[in-house]
Unconditional design. Structure first.
Length: 356
Protein backbone atom coordinates (compact mmCIF):
# COMPACT_ATOMS: atom_id res chain seq x y z
CA UNK A 1 0.00 0.00 0.00
CA UNK A 2 1.22 3.48 -0.84
CA UNK A 3 -0.01 6.59 0.87
CA UNK A 4 -1.23 8.92 -1.88
CA UNK A 5 -2.42 11.90 0.18
CA UNK A 6 -2.09 13.28 3.68
CA UNK A 7 -3.09 16.49 5.37
CA UNK A 8 -2.74 18.43 8.58
CA UNK A 9 -4.91 21.21 9.95
CA UNK A 10 -3.21 24.00 11.88
CA UNK A 11 -4.82 26.02 14.64
CA UNK A 12 -3.76 29.60 15.41
CA UNK A 13 -4.22 31.59 18.59
CA UNK A 14 -2.31 34.60 19.93
CA UNK A 15 -4.10 35.40 23.19
CA UNK A 16 -5.03 32.90 25.88
CA UNK A 17 -8.33 33.13 27.75
CA UNK A 18 -6.90 35.78 30.06
CA UNK A 19 -5.54 37.92 27.25
CA UNK A 20 -1.89 36.87 27.66
CA UNK A 21 0.11 36.35 24.47
CA UNK A 22 0.84 32.71 23.71
CA UNK A 23 3.40 33.65 21.01
CA UNK A 24 4.83 36.88 19.53
CA UNK A 25 1.97 39.00 18.19
CA UNK A 26 1.66 39.81 14.48
CA UNK A 27 3.02 43.20 13.40
CA UNK A 28 -0.37 44.97 13.19
CA UNK A 29 -1.08 44.07 16.84
CA UNK A 30 1.94 46.06 18.01
CA UNK A 31 -0.05 49.17 17.12
CA UNK A 32 -2.20 50.16 20.07
CA UNK A 33 -4.61 52.16 17.91
CA UNK A 34 -5.33 49.16 15.69
CA UNK A 35 -6.10 46.94 18.68
CA UNK A 36 -8.29 49.61 20.25
CA UNK A 37 -10.22 49.99 17.00
CA UNK A 38 -10.89 46.24 16.98
CA UNK A 39 -11.98 46.39 20.60
CA UNK A 40 -14.32 49.32 19.96
CA UNK A 41 -15.88 47.56 16.95
CA UNK A 42 -16.64 44.50 19.08
CA UNK A 43 -18.17 46.55 21.90
CA UNK A 44 -20.29 48.53 19.42
CA UNK A 45 -21.50 45.25 17.92
CA UNK A 46 -22.51 43.92 21.31
CA UNK A 47 -24.29 47.15 22.20
CA UNK A 48 -26.12 47.08 18.87
CA UNK A 49 -27.17 43.43 19.34
CA UNK A 50 -28.61 44.16 22.79
CA UNK A 51 -30.64 47.06 21.42
CA UNK A 52 -31.88 45.05 18.44
CA UNK A 53 -33.05 42.25 20.73
CA UNK A 54 -34.92 44.70 22.94
CA UNK A 55 -36.53 46.32 19.89
CA UNK A 56 -37.74 42.87 18.83
CA UNK A 57 -38.97 42.04 22.34
CA UNK A 58 -41.04 45.21 22.36
CA UNK A 59 -42.58 44.49 18.95
CA UNK A 60 -40.60 47.06 16.99
CA UNK A 61 -38.28 44.76 14.99
CA UNK A 62 -38.73 41.41 13.23
CA UNK A 63 -36.76 38.26 14.05
CA UNK A 64 -33.13 39.08 14.85
CA UNK A 65 -29.95 36.96 15.00
CA UNK A 66 -27.61 38.13 17.76
CA UNK A 67 -23.85 37.66 17.50
CA UNK A 68 -23.31 37.65 21.28
CA UNK A 69 -19.95 36.03 22.03
CA UNK A 70 -19.00 35.78 18.35
CA UNK A 71 -18.07 39.40 17.70
CA UNK A 72 -14.41 38.66 16.99
CA UNK A 73 -15.23 36.68 13.86
CA UNK A 74 -16.97 39.31 11.72
CA UNK A 75 -14.90 42.16 13.18
CA UNK A 76 -11.60 40.34 12.57
CA UNK A 77 -12.68 39.35 9.06
CA UNK A 78 -13.82 42.85 8.05
CA UNK A 79 -10.69 44.41 9.54
CA UNK A 80 -8.59 42.14 7.32
CA UNK A 81 -10.36 43.26 4.13
CA UNK A 82 -9.65 46.21 1.88
CA UNK A 83 -12.45 48.62 1.01
CA UNK A 84 -12.51 47.37 -2.60
CA UNK A 85 -13.01 43.73 -1.58
CA UNK A 86 -16.54 42.34 -1.46
CA UNK A 87 -18.12 41.00 1.73
CA UNK A 88 -20.78 38.29 1.51
CA UNK A 89 -22.09 37.78 5.04
CA UNK A 90 -24.74 35.41 6.31
CA UNK A 91 -27.11 36.76 8.98
CA UNK A 92 -24.83 37.02 12.04
CA UNK A 93 -22.04 39.24 10.70
CA UNK A 94 -23.47 42.66 11.54
CA UNK A 95 -20.22 43.58 13.33
CA UNK A 96 -18.32 43.11 10.07
CA UNK A 97 -20.89 44.95 8.02
CA UNK A 98 -20.72 47.90 10.40
CA UNK A 99 -16.95 48.00 10.22
CA UNK A 100 -17.21 48.10 6.42
CA UNK A 101 -19.51 51.09 6.57
CA UNK A 102 -23.02 49.62 6.54
CA UNK A 103 -25.06 51.96 8.72
CA UNK A 104 -26.71 50.56 11.85
CA UNK A 105 -30.02 52.06 10.76
CA UNK A 106 -29.76 50.03 7.55
CA UNK A 107 -29.29 46.80 9.47
CA UNK A 108 -32.32 47.64 11.62
CA UNK A 109 -34.38 48.46 8.53
CA UNK A 110 -33.44 45.09 7.04
CA UNK A 111 -34.61 43.18 10.13
CA UNK A 112 -37.66 45.39 10.24
CA UNK A 113 -38.61 44.04 6.80
CA UNK A 114 -37.65 47.16 4.86
CA UNK A 115 -35.90 46.61 1.51
CA UNK A 116 -33.97 49.86 1.91
CA UNK A 117 -31.92 48.11 4.59
CA UNK A 118 -30.05 46.23 1.84
CA UNK A 119 -29.39 49.34 -0.23
CA UNK A 120 -26.19 50.28 1.58
CA UNK A 121 -25.04 53.87 1.38
CA UNK A 122 -21.52 52.69 2.27
CA UNK A 123 -20.05 49.56 0.67
CA UNK A 124 -22.18 49.57 -2.49
CA UNK A 125 -20.85 46.28 -3.81
CA UNK A 126 -21.08 44.27 -0.59
CA UNK A 127 -23.83 41.69 -0.64
CA UNK A 128 -26.98 41.89 1.46
CA UNK A 129 -27.56 39.67 4.48
CA UNK A 130 -28.10 36.06 3.33
CA UNK A 131 -30.64 34.12 5.37
CA UNK A 132 -30.84 30.97 3.19
CA UNK A 133 -28.09 28.83 4.67
CA UNK A 134 -24.99 28.73 2.47
CA UNK A 135 -26.55 29.96 -0.78
CA UNK A 136 -24.19 32.92 -0.89
CA UNK A 137 -21.11 30.67 -1.21
CA UNK A 138 -21.71 30.12 -4.96
CA UNK A 139 -22.40 33.85 -5.25
CA UNK A 140 -18.98 34.54 -3.72
CA UNK A 141 -17.42 32.28 -6.32
CA UNK A 142 -19.22 34.24 -9.05
CA UNK A 143 -17.92 37.51 -7.64
CA UNK A 144 -14.38 36.11 -7.45
CA UNK A 145 -14.66 34.79 -11.00
CA UNK A 146 -15.62 38.28 -12.18
CA UNK A 147 -12.55 39.73 -10.44
CA UNK A 148 -10.37 37.13 -12.11
CA UNK A 149 -11.84 37.75 -15.58
CA UNK A 150 -11.45 41.50 -15.22
CA UNK A 151 -7.94 41.22 -13.83
CA UNK A 152 -8.91 43.12 -10.68
CA UNK A 153 -6.83 42.62 -7.55
CA UNK A 154 -9.89 42.20 -5.33
CA UNK A 155 -11.09 39.39 -3.07
CA UNK A 156 -14.56 38.03 -2.25
CA UNK A 157 -14.94 37.15 1.42
CA UNK A 158 -17.81 34.86 2.34
CA UNK A 159 -18.83 33.97 5.92
CA UNK A 160 -21.19 31.12 6.77
CA UNK A 161 -21.95 28.92 9.77
CA UNK A 162 -20.94 25.41 10.80
CA UNK A 163 -24.35 24.19 9.66
CA UNK A 164 -23.80 25.64 6.21
CA UNK A 165 -20.75 23.40 5.70
CA UNK A 166 -23.13 20.44 5.34
CA UNK A 167 -24.82 22.08 2.36
CA UNK A 168 -24.10 21.18 -1.26
CA UNK A 169 -23.83 24.86 -2.16
CA UNK A 170 -20.77 25.23 0.05
CA UNK A 171 -19.02 22.12 -1.33
CA UNK A 172 -19.78 23.15 -4.90
CA UNK A 173 -18.51 26.66 -4.28
CA UNK A 174 -15.25 25.44 -2.73
CA UNK A 175 -14.76 22.92 -5.51
CA UNK A 176 -15.05 25.45 -8.32
CA UNK A 177 -12.97 28.00 -6.42
CA UNK A 178 -10.23 25.38 -6.11
CA UNK A 179 -10.31 24.40 -9.79
CA UNK A 180 -10.22 28.01 -10.98
CA UNK A 181 -7.90 29.26 -8.20
CA UNK A 182 -10.33 32.07 -7.57
CA UNK A 183 -9.67 35.05 -5.27
CA UNK A 184 -12.17 34.06 -2.59
CA UNK A 185 -11.84 33.37 1.14
CA UNK A 186 -14.48 31.25 2.87
CA UNK A 187 -14.81 31.72 6.63
CA UNK A 188 -16.78 29.24 8.72
CA UNK A 189 -18.22 30.97 11.74
CA UNK A 190 -18.28 27.76 13.81
CA UNK A 191 -20.42 28.72 16.79
CA UNK A 192 -20.96 25.04 17.68
CA UNK A 193 -24.71 25.09 16.97
CA UNK A 194 -27.02 25.21 13.98
CA UNK A 195 -30.22 26.16 15.78
CA UNK A 196 -30.66 23.01 17.95
CA UNK A 197 -28.18 20.81 16.07
CA UNK A 198 -24.85 20.63 17.93
CA UNK A 199 -21.53 20.50 16.11
CA UNK A 200 -21.10 16.80 16.93
CA UNK A 201 -24.35 15.96 15.08
CA UNK A 202 -23.48 18.20 12.13
CA UNK A 203 -20.63 16.15 10.70
CA UNK A 204 -18.39 13.23 11.57
CA UNK A 205 -15.36 15.23 10.35
CA UNK A 206 -12.86 16.09 13.07
CA UNK A 207 -12.62 19.71 11.93
CA UNK A 208 -14.62 21.81 9.51
CA UNK A 209 -11.40 23.25 8.09
CA UNK A 210 -10.54 19.85 6.58
CA UNK A 211 -13.56 20.13 4.31
CA UNK A 212 -11.21 22.24 2.18
CA UNK A 213 -9.01 19.24 1.52
CA UNK A 214 -11.44 17.61 -0.92
CA UNK A 215 -11.60 20.87 -2.86
CA UNK A 216 -7.81 21.03 -3.08
CA UNK A 217 -7.58 24.29 -1.17
CA UNK A 218 -5.90 25.10 2.16
CA UNK A 219 -8.01 24.72 5.30
CA UNK A 220 -6.95 26.45 8.52
CA UNK A 221 -8.45 26.67 11.97
CA UNK A 222 -8.30 29.76 14.13
CA UNK A 223 -9.45 30.70 17.62
CA UNK A 224 -12.49 32.73 16.62
CA UNK A 225 -12.68 34.40 20.03
CA UNK A 226 -9.22 35.88 19.56
CA UNK A 227 -9.72 38.84 17.25
CA UNK A 228 -5.97 39.17 16.67
CA UNK A 229 -5.83 35.61 15.37
CA UNK A 230 -8.89 36.06 13.14
CA UNK A 231 -7.53 39.30 11.69
CA UNK A 232 -4.11 37.74 11.05
CA UNK A 233 -5.15 34.37 9.60
CA UNK A 234 -7.95 35.76 7.44
CA UNK A 235 -5.70 38.66 6.39
CA UNK A 236 -3.00 36.26 5.19
CA UNK A 237 -5.59 34.23 3.26
CA UNK A 238 -7.00 37.40 1.66
CA UNK A 239 -3.57 38.63 0.57
CA UNK A 240 -2.72 35.21 -0.89
CA UNK A 241 -5.98 35.26 -2.85
CA UNK A 242 -5.22 38.79 -4.05
CA UNK A 243 -1.78 37.67 -5.22
CA UNK A 244 -3.35 34.97 -7.41
CA UNK A 245 -2.54 32.10 -5.06
CA UNK A 246 -6.11 30.87 -4.84
CA UNK A 247 -8.79 30.41 -2.19
CA UNK A 248 -8.65 29.36 1.47
CA UNK A 249 -11.17 28.02 3.96
CA UNK A 250 -10.75 29.38 7.49
CA UNK A 251 -12.66 27.74 10.33
CA UNK A 252 -13.12 30.16 13.22
CA UNK A 253 -13.97 28.42 16.49
CA UNK A 254 -16.37 30.42 18.60
CA UNK A 255 -19.57 29.89 20.59
CA UNK A 256 -23.11 31.20 20.24
CA UNK A 257 -23.87 32.59 23.71
CA UNK A 258 -27.31 33.81 22.62
CA UNK A 259 -30.40 31.98 21.41
CA UNK A 260 -30.23 31.14 17.69
CA UNK A 261 -32.50 34.11 16.97
CA UNK A 262 -35.20 35.95 18.85
CA UNK A 263 -37.58 33.22 17.59
CA UNK A 264 -35.64 30.55 19.51
CA UNK A 265 -35.34 29.42 23.14
CA UNK A 266 -32.00 27.62 23.41
CA UNK A 267 -32.66 26.54 27.02
CA UNK A 268 -34.93 23.86 25.54
CA UNK A 269 -32.01 21.98 23.98
CA UNK A 270 -28.79 23.21 25.58
CA UNK A 271 -27.45 23.09 29.16
CA UNK A 272 -27.00 26.34 31.04
CA UNK A 273 -23.75 24.91 32.44
CA UNK A 274 -22.31 24.64 28.92
CA UNK A 275 -23.19 28.25 28.18
CA UNK A 276 -21.78 29.52 31.50
CA UNK A 277 -18.50 27.73 30.85
CA UNK A 278 -18.25 29.31 27.40
CA UNK A 279 -18.71 32.81 28.79
CA UNK A 280 -15.12 32.47 30.09
CA UNK A 281 -13.89 32.34 26.48
CA UNK A 282 -15.73 35.31 25.00
CA UNK A 283 -13.67 37.71 22.92
CA UNK A 284 -14.32 41.15 24.41
CA UNK A 285 -13.10 40.51 27.96
CA UNK A 286 -10.08 38.75 26.52
CA UNK A 287 -8.92 41.71 24.44
CA UNK A 288 -9.81 44.21 27.18
CA UNK A 289 -7.65 42.24 29.61
CA UNK A 290 -4.79 42.26 27.12
CA UNK A 291 -5.08 46.01 26.60
CA UNK A 292 -5.31 46.81 30.30
CA UNK A 293 -2.40 44.48 31.13
CA UNK A 294 -0.32 46.62 28.77
CA UNK A 295 -1.57 49.83 30.42
CA UNK A 296 -3.41 50.72 27.20
CA UNK A 297 -6.95 50.76 28.50
CA UNK A 298 -8.34 52.35 31.65
CA UNK A 299 -11.65 52.30 33.48
CA UNK A 300 -12.31 55.81 32.17
CA UNK A 301 -11.64 54.67 28.59
CA UNK A 302 -14.15 51.88 29.12
CA UNK A 303 -16.82 54.20 30.54
CA UNK A 304 -16.35 56.65 27.68
CA UNK A 305 -16.62 53.86 25.14
CA UNK A 306 -19.82 52.42 26.66
CA UNK A 307 -21.35 55.92 26.59
CA UNK A 308 -20.31 56.49 22.95
CA UNK A 309 -21.60 53.12 21.80
CA UNK A 310 -24.96 53.61 23.53
CA UNK A 311 -25.34 57.06 22.01
CA UNK A 312 -24.59 55.78 18.50
CA UNK A 313 -26.94 52.82 18.86
CA UNK A 314 -29.76 54.92 20.34
CA UNK A 315 -29.43 57.42 17.50
CA UNK A 316 -29.64 54.61 14.93
CA UNK A 317 -32.68 53.11 16.67
CA UNK A 318 -34.44 56.50 16.73
CA UNK A 319 -33.71 56.99 13.02
CA UNK A 320 -35.05 53.50 12.28
CA UNK A 321 -38.22 54.05 14.31
CA UNK A 322 -38.81 57.43 12.65
CA UNK A 323 -38.49 56.00 9.10
CA UNK A 324 -41.92 55.84 7.45
CA UNK A 325 -42.55 52.28 6.20
CA UNK A 326 -42.52 51.42 2.50
CA UNK A 327 -45.79 50.30 0.94
CA UNK A 328 -46.39 46.54 1.41
CA UNK A 329 -46.03 46.01 -2.35
CA UNK A 330 -42.33 46.88 -2.03
CA UNK A 331 -41.67 43.25 -1.04
CA UNK A 332 -42.30 42.35 -4.70
CA UNK A 333 -40.42 45.25 -6.24
CA UNK A 334 -36.78 44.23 -5.96
CA UNK A 335 -36.52 40.70 -7.33
CA UNK A 336 -37.28 41.09 -11.04
CA UNK A 337 -36.82 43.79 -13.65
CA UNK A 338 -40.19 42.68 -15.01
CA UNK A 339 -42.46 40.88 -12.57
CA UNK A 340 -43.64 37.43 -13.80
CA UNK A 341 -47.41 37.24 -14.39
CA UNK A 342 -48.23 35.22 -11.26
CA UNK A 343 -46.38 37.66 -9.02
CA UNK A 344 -47.81 40.66 -10.85
CA UNK A 345 -51.25 39.32 -9.98
CA UNK A 346 -50.29 38.94 -6.32
CA UNK A 347 -48.82 42.42 -6.31
CA UNK A 348 -52.09 43.83 -7.58
CA UNK A 349 -53.98 41.96 -4.84
CA UNK A 350 -51.61 43.30 -2.17
CA UNK A 351 -51.99 46.79 -3.54
CA UNK A 352 -55.73 46.58 -3.41
CA UNK A 353 -55.76 45.15 0.11
CA UNK A 354 -53.35 47.69 1.55
CA UNK A 355 -54.23 50.89 -0.30
CA UNK A 356 -55.26 53.63 2.09
C1 LIG B 1 -31.56 26.63 3.04
C2 LIG B 1 -32.04 26.86 4.42
N1 LIG B 1 -32.44 25.82 5.17
C3 LIG B 1 -32.89 26.01 6.43
C4 LIG B 1 -32.93 27.28 6.95
C5 LIG B 1 -33.39 27.52 8.38
N2 LIG B 1 -32.22 27.86 9.16
C6 LIG B 1 -31.92 29.14 9.46
S1 LIG B 1 -30.50 29.29 10.30
C7 LIG B 1 -30.26 27.63 10.33
C8 LIG B 1 -29.06 27.03 11.01
C9 LIG B 1 -27.79 27.62 10.53
O1 LIG B 1 -26.72 27.14 11.30
P1 LIG B 1 -25.27 27.62 11.02
O2 LIG B 1 -24.95 27.48 9.58
O3 LIG B 1 -24.39 26.92 11.97
O4 LIG B 1 -25.32 29.19 11.32
P2 LIG B 1 -25.64 29.91 12.73
O5 LIG B 1 -27.11 30.18 12.74
O6 LIG B 1 -25.24 29.01 13.82
O7 LIG B 1 -24.86 31.17 12.70
C10 LIG B 1 -31.29 26.98 9.66
C11 LIG B 1 -31.37 25.52 9.50
C12 LIG B 1 -32.51 28.35 6.14
N3 LIG B 1 -32.50 29.61 6.58
N4 LIG B 1 -32.06 28.11 4.88
MG1 LIG C 1 -23.69 27.61 13.77
Amino acid sequence: MTQVASFTIEHTRYLDLRGRPTQPLPAFAENRDVLIALYKAMVLTRTFDAKAVSLQRTGRLGTYASSLGQEAVPVGVAAAMRAEDVFLPSFREQGGQMLRGVRMVEILLYWGGDERGSDFTGPREDFPICVPVGTHAPHAVGVAHAFQLRGEARVAVCVFGDGATSRGDVYEAMNLAGVQRLPVVFVVNNNQWAISVPRARQTAAETLAQKAVAAGIPGIQVDGNDVIAVRQVVGTAIEQARAGEGPTLVEALTYRLSDHTTADDASRYRDDAEVSARWKEEPITRLRQHLSDGGQWTKTDEETLIGDCSAQVEAAASEYLATPPLPTTSMLDHLYATLPAALAEQRAEVEEATEP
